[in-house]
Design a protein around this ligand. Sequence first.
Ligand code: CAA
Length: 254
Amino acid sequence: MIVEAERRGAVGVARLNRPEARNALSSELMEMLCEVAEAWDRDPDVRAIVIAGSDEYFAAGADIKAMRDRTFQEALSNPFTSFWPRMAAIKTPLIAAVSGYALGGGCELALICDMIVASETAEFGQPEIMLGIIPGGGGTQRLARVVGKQRAMELVLTGRRIDAQDAFRLGFVNRVAKKREWLDEAIELAEVVARRPPLAVRLGKQAVLAADETTLAAGLDHERRLYELSMATEDRVEGMSAFIEKRKPDFRGR
Ligand code: CAA
């Protein structure tokens, strides 16, 4: 399978598996990853999703071999265009577990995730400029929001890569793990999120993402509405009662 899907309790782990092409995002791989993520997103027992590659490569970007002969019309209707909005529509928290190369669309796939755990071997970059194109999976926009305009400009216009430590310093990744521990650390982080009340987790994700989309005033207003929704859940009564009664909460996702 080009995407290996495995459940670890409440965490879904999707591993890209196209070693012969360094996990390049072929149409089939993108379709399968979307299907796996969307199925887990509908499953109330899945509370967090980890997207990973292998030790050597997360993903080497769009499939250059398939792209070379693509006509303009074909580019307009390629699954690559719908892949990004489909992944962005996943409400369950997504954690990228990146070891080795995350380049082009691979870097953009990591960026569309809500958190990134990187192995000390990880390398990120947007090398599209060297192919005569620019990033088309959100790289210019998400990168500029995460690392700032100047740094995004350098990555996009030079195509240079940055390593895990630089990515950490830039606020691009949440943490850097030792080379044999990257996947376990990502799963551990996902497990922590998975233990939290799932409705509040989804509302929290939605609220933080709104910060990229709106003005501060509109974002604060949006946050207020989502906060009010969280106050309407049974889980918040449980969370507050458990605190007062000095016991562990039993969150039911209601
Ligand atoms: N698409 C298709 N095939 C790819 C690929 C890609 N993005 N990346 C690697 N491969 C293939 C190679 O063609 C090669 O195939 P063959 O065995 O048939 O020759 C095989 O994978 C192994 O590749 P390498 O020999 O290059 O492996 P390496 O370990 O020496 O280097 C790498 C790994 C640094 C990732 C290098 O392969 C590389 O630079 N890949 C291209 C990265 C890139 O430019 N990505 C951007 C793609 S465009 C994009 O993503 C568009 C967008 O956002 C809109």
